[in-house]
Design a protein around this ligand. Structure first.
Ligand SMILES: Cc1cc2nc3c(=O)[nH]c(=O)nc-3n(C[C@H](O)[C@H](O)[C@H](O)COP(=O)(O)OP(=O)(O)OC[C@H]3O[C@@H](n4cnc5c(N)ncnc54)[C@H](O)[C@@H]3O)c2cc1C
Length: 610
């Protein structure tokens, strides 16, 4: 078995240093192998050993990226390939994928190409599916279990809100999830001992005519904003009752609980732009693509489709265009109409992501829509990446806001765990973006649907390289993303104690979230995990209970309006991230807080288990 592993060197997010121009200071920032890539290397080495094969690790980056190859080889990989040259500087995901695919192709054939699910700095998840498209291979994303057999590989994948089991024909590109295997980690001494001869260097002349780097990148990074939230860091004082009393009074004073309808709302645009009553565009033109904003609808994710259609309708009205909703299993047409679709595009004969991408890419190439918006889920990321790679289009991943400037789409994209927001534009005619779910409030239906929405069909075909064996939804993710209040538990709250949280959940109308320690132990589903490798949430109120509050967790909550931390350890880092800190056993403080917020005076409770 021949295995290629693609890895990325990233700055340690917590040690991130920015220059005055807000570009990353590579010298000042500590660099390491991306967490997901560590799993890819581990899995590649293990498979090569178990099946009698060979594992080669590739990376694109500056000279310093040699370090991640040394680490992979020290861990057991057979060889490393460093793609490096000044010409590669400024590569976006597509230029990166092209260089990696060209390098991997030099050494083809491969049975399996492994990549990390995404990088923790840029978090697009695009390079894997783009490489798959460029190599003409099937792709499975978020693999957390795999078994190689005669028919191909049986994979169990982590979806954003659930799981999927599928067989994938080999050769294939697989992106790996955290829980697949223990990560590759080699100490500095072992890395130093790796022979330089095991690492081959490739430059632009080895890979072909290009263009490479910034010149071959259809996206541009514009303004960058630092997303800094200054927390009040108020530590409550006195007994637990006194602390809870003070906290409840502050929450009321700040209007943070939403109990009086005043909780911070994530949709902060002026009310008139939020009305949702966008005038319907004139659809007289037969030219389907001209000035259209296309929303690609993921099957069984109507919530996301509805969000995207609402936002697309606003964009379309600004450019005098129309909204087209495309999908393989479109829901009730009149619903789509009322959510903002002016036309529908049925992609028939398509089953899995690569088939949908195939059919849609042809249509996009023919019609040149103004923009195509995809949900920022694994499904949307694969389809958009494949289309971007096939047609050479600019794709912005994981946009959290969409604007228009000079007739072009501007996507605001978070980076480095959300510490930065960068304005990304594309230079290609058709502009592609995946949009993070849960950030746009539902608009009111534009109007009740009273007509037959025009529909056209594109006939696709299945390549039959991927067979879905089973699929399921864990539940909770969409509710969590849309929640106005969140109560988030760490492993200081044991699963059989979750019932004690009910009164607080109820009074706040809150959703339950968790740290990775909690989801790793399967106390709550992964769909509920907040953090750098979980979800980012931005509720009005976030109550952290029995969690230490490390950077990797709290960065996922730093968009919250107000953060309350309850921890019995006064030195826990969570207090640095919080507006209100209560030092107490949560079993005492949480029921009291629920009482105080309901208007009952908090009663001291003696906790039986401390
Ligand atoms: C690459 C990488 C990615 C990661 N991604 C994520 C991520 O996405 N999300 C995430 O959450 N983590 C992530 N982590 C893990 C993260 O760094 C922490 O290890 C984790 O968040 C800690 O979980 P915890 O707070 O539940 O557990 P702990 O750190 O063990 O904290 C438990 C806390 O509970 C308190 N406590 C215990 N009992 C009580 C009580 N009765 N009353 C009050 N307080 C009590 C303790 O004082 C302690 O502070 C990642 C780590 C790495 C290396």
């Amino acid at each position: 078995v021949r295995i290629a592993v693609l890895v990325k060197q990233v700055p340690k997010v917590e040690s991130l240093e920015l220059q005055p121009n807000l570009r990353l200071n590579r010298q000042g920032s500590e660099l390491e192998m991306n967490a997901y890539c560590r799993r890819a290397v581990s899995q590649g080495v293990e498979l090569a050993r178990a099946m009698g094969g060979h594992c080669t690790v590739y990376t694109l980056g500056p000279e310093s990226a040699e370090e991640v190859l040394r680490e992979a080889i020290a861990w057991g990989a057979d060889a490393g390939v460093l793609i490096t040259d000044a010409q590669f500087a400024g590569s976006d995901t597509l230029a990166t994928a092209r260089a990696l695919a060209a390098a991997v192709n030099l050494d083809a054939p491969w049975d399996i190409v492994l990549v990390g699910r995404n990088s923790v700095d840029a978090d697009t998840g695009q390079v894997g599916p783009e490489v798959a498209e460029l190599l003409g291979l099937p792709f499975a994303g978020g693999v957390r279990q795999l078994t190689v057999g005669a028919e191909g590989v049986l994979v169990s994948c982590e979806l954003d809100d659930g799981w999927r089991t599928a067989t994938v024909a080999l050769p294939a590109v697989l992106s790996v999830a955290e829980r697949l295997i223990a990560p590759c980690k080699a100490p500095a001494e072992a890395r130093r001992q790796v022979s330089g001869a095991a690492i081959r260097r490739l430059g632009p002349s080895d890979l072909g005519p290009g263009p490479w780097g910034a010149a071959g990148s259809p996206t541009r990074v514009g303004a960058v904003r630092v997303f800094e939230v200054v927390r009040r860091r108020r530590r409550m004082s006195g007994s637990v009752v006194e602390q809870v009393d003070e906290a409840a009074a502050l929450l009321e004073e700040w209007g943070a609980t939403g109990l009086n309808g005043a909780a911070a709302c994530r949709d902060e645009r002026p009310a008139d732009s939020r009305s949702g009553l966008v005038p319907r565009s004139d659809l007289a033109s037969d030219d389907e693509g001209a000035l259209s904003v296309v929303v690609v609808a993921e099957p069984e994710r109507s919530r996301v489709t509805r969000e995207l259609l609402g936002r697309a309708a606003e964009l379309a009205s600004s450019i005098g265009g129309a909204v087209i909703c495309a999908g393989s299993e479109l829901e009730d047409h009149s619903l789509l109409d009322s959510w903002g679709a002016d036309r529908l595009l049925e992609l028939s004969g398509t089953a899995v992501e690569e088939d949908v991408a195939n059919a849609l890419a042809e249509w996009v190439a023919e019609t040149s829509p103004w923009a195509v918006l995809f949900p920022g889920t694994l499904w949307g990321r694969e389809i958009s990446s494949r289309i971007a790679a096939r047609l050479g289009l600019g794709l912005t991943g994981d946009a959290v806001e969409l604007d228009i400037a000079e007739g072009r789409l501007v996507c605001w994209k978070p980076a480095f765990g959300g510490r930065l927001l960068a304005a990304i534009t594309t230079v290609s005619d058709v502009q592609l973006a995946t949009v993070r779910p849960g950030l746009f409030a539902f608009r009111d239906p534009r109007r009740p649907s009273t007509r037959n929405v025009p529909i056209s069909t594109v006939c696709g075909a299945s390549r039959n390289r991927i067979t879905i064996v089973g699929e399921g939804v864990d539940g909770g993710m969409w509710e969590l993303l849309a929640a106005r209040s969140v109560v988030s538990v760490g492993q200081g709250v044991l699963p059989d104690e979750y019932g004690l949280l009910d009164p607080l959940l109820k009074v706040l109308g809150a959703e339950l979230a968790a740290t990775r320690r909690v989801t790793d132990q399967a106390w709550l589903p992964r769909a509920r995990q907040v953090g750098i490798t979980g979800h980012s949430v931005a509720p009005g109120l976030y109550v952290s209970v029995g969690a230490s509050g490390t950077f990797n967790h709290m960065i996922g909550a730093h968009g919250a309006g107000t953060i309350v931390a309850i921890n019995r350890d006064p030195t826990a880092p969570v207090f640095d991230w919080a507006d209100i800190g209560i030092v107490a056993d949560w079993r005492e403080a949480v029921p009291m807080l629920a009482d105080a917020l309901t208007g009952k005076s908090p009663q001291p409770r003696i906790s039986s288990v401390i």
